[in-house]
Design a protein around this ligand. Structure first.
Ligand code: AMP
Length: 194
């Protein structure tokens, strides 16, 4: 299956995407992880992306789309879980077009949700653990507002009948089960084909 995970910061999107990829054998593509690796490795793309990332802004579409398409071409005939891509309508359209060229399409977009108050509380907890004292509730609220998936992006998949909401408030294993149920793949064996 070709699946997208949407959700605001702090909702557990990256955690769930990694678990679902592990359980299904599908590729886990996190554009945030890929960009951080480019920054760490000091690549040309890393230098360009860094300024945007440090300000909490989105990296321009052309840079992210090129990077993503190269990764997509590598995964071959496997399913995938997308984590952090698409972030804009332009990215969603580029993704649709690329999949259509291979006769495919996104099967499902999982939108993991939680009230802002829960997200702020979780992110304050994380900030305290990692010693990031500059993470005030106000700064966190701004980050949530800027980084949450846009209504037009969610609508793109809702209109196609492909968006399912999953409550991100319960403990990690319960959220995983709700996602697996939404995917209709409970008990799928690792490495199973699409
Ligand atoms: P994430 O780990 O998904 O929160 O991504 C970390 C940062 O990388 C974001 O705040 C953006 O600056 C950048 N980024 C990740 N994915 C994308 C994307 N699809 N489009 C634009 N910027 C992105």
């Amino acid at each position: 299956m070709y699946v997208i995970f949407f959700g605001p910061p702090g909702v557990g999107k990256g955690t769930q995407a990694a678990i679902v990829a592990e359980r299904t054998g599908w590729a886990h593509i996190s554009t945030g992880d890929m960009l951080r690796a480019h920054v760490r490795d000091g690549t040309d793309l890393g230098h360009k992306a860094k300024a945007f990332m440090n300000k909490g802004l989105l990296v321009p579409d052309d840079l992210v789309i090129d990077m993503f398409m190269a990764r997509l071409a590598e995964i071959g005939d496997r399913g995938f879980v997308l984590d952090g891509f698409p972030r804009t309508l332009a990215q969603a359209r580029a993704l649709d077009a690329a999949l259509a060229r291979g006769g495919g399409a996104i099967d499902l977009a999982i939108n993991i949700t939680a009230p802002d108050s829960v997200l702020v509380e979780r992110m304050m907890g994380r900030a305290a653990e990692s010693g990031r004292a500059d993470d005030t509730p106000e700064a966190i609220r701004v980050r949530i507002e800027v980084q949450k998936p846009s209504a037009e992006l969610l609508d793109h998949y809702r209109r196609a009948g492909k968006l399912k909401d999953v409550d991100g408030r319960p403990a990690v294993p319960q959220v995983t089960e709700a996602i697996m149920a939404a995917l209709g793949v409970a008990g799928v064996s690792p490495q199973s084909p699409r």
